[in-house]
Design a protein around this ligand. Structure first.
Ligand SMILES: [Zn+2]
Length: 265
């Protein structure tokens, strides 16, 4: 199993990292984007080798402040994936104990387990999880897996990777984190690198990136691809790029250069 953890390369000190995460969360939460409403969605980013910021439960993305995030240690959260502490109450006790500052307000999002696992296993710094209308109408249809497995246009392949990892519907919380881990590991075995997009059937989208800007771009491009896919399906059968064309554009040096420009803070 590839493990490309990049643990000691947090690009900014803690305060800058948090303010960039708050900014990303506000953008993902802008109502006109239709990515989330009310308390939907969550974001996280690595602080250092031992800990990460995660949105606290019940916070709205559009209006969240730095106080709406909680710093959490990886170790005890990752431990839950290998050995479940038991029922929901026991899991919540572990999440509470994992806080770097036990007296800080806020409870980590119920999805803290998959955030910890993806930051740990996929070598990424930032994660954005949303429920975009355009993406979810496909993920709530019989074409969900088809959308995940294919690419329709070059910029989708360049920003979102050669395909998306796909996870069938699973109860949110620990069971979902374990299913996402299986899908991410399978993707890394098949593609030799971590996924940029993970699609959760009947649920939503996870974007994985090195910076907040990359996560925002991946989310926006996946939403655009969803609109185009739905339009293509309405007109007839979608015509997908060949795997050969996808890999050619994804690995072209000028496109790799262009992708790097998109990633900047
Ligand atoms: Zn969700």
């Amino acid at each position: 199993m590839p493990n490309v953890t990049n643990a000691n390369k947090s690009p900014h000190p803690t305060a800058d990292t948090l303010s960039a995460l708050v900014d990303l969360t506000h953008k993902l939460g802008q109502p006109e984007r239709e990515y989330v409403i009310i308390g939907e969605g969550n974001t996280s980013c690595r602080i250092d080798a031992d800990s990460f910021w995660i949105k606290a439960s019940g916070q709205g993305m559009e209006t969240i402040t730095p106080a709406g995030f909680v710093a959490v240690r990886f170790e005890s959260i990752l431990g839950m994936l290998d050995q479940s502490p038991g029922d929901l109450a026991a899991q919540k006790a572990v999440m509470q104990a994992a806080k770097v500052d036990a007296t800080a307000p806020g409870v980590p999002s119920v999805e803290v387990t998959f955030h910890a696992m993806l930051l740990h296993e996929c070598g990424v710094q930032v994660i954005g999880h949303t429920h975009p209308v355009a993406v979810n109408r496909i993920l709530c249809s019989s074409r969900a897996r088809q959308f995940a497995s294919n690419r329709l246009f070059p910029d989708e392949a360049v920003l979102c990777g050669p395909e998306s990892a796909f996870v069938p519907y699973v109860d949110p919380g620990l069971p979902l984190a374990l299913a996402i881990r299986d899908a991410a590991r399978r993707y890394m075995d098949d593609n030799g690198e971590a996924p940029k997009v993970i699609l959760l059937a009947n649920h939503g989208l996870i974007a994985l990136g090195q910076t907040p800007t990359e996560v925002l771009n991946i989310t926006a491009m996946t939403v655009k691809a969803a609109h185009i896919f739905a339009g293509a399906c309405a007109i007839g059968e979608p015509v997908f790029m060949s795997r050969e064309d996808i890999l050619h554009i994804y690995k072209r040096p000028d496109e790799i250069y262009r992708r790097k420009q998109f990633v900047e803070y």
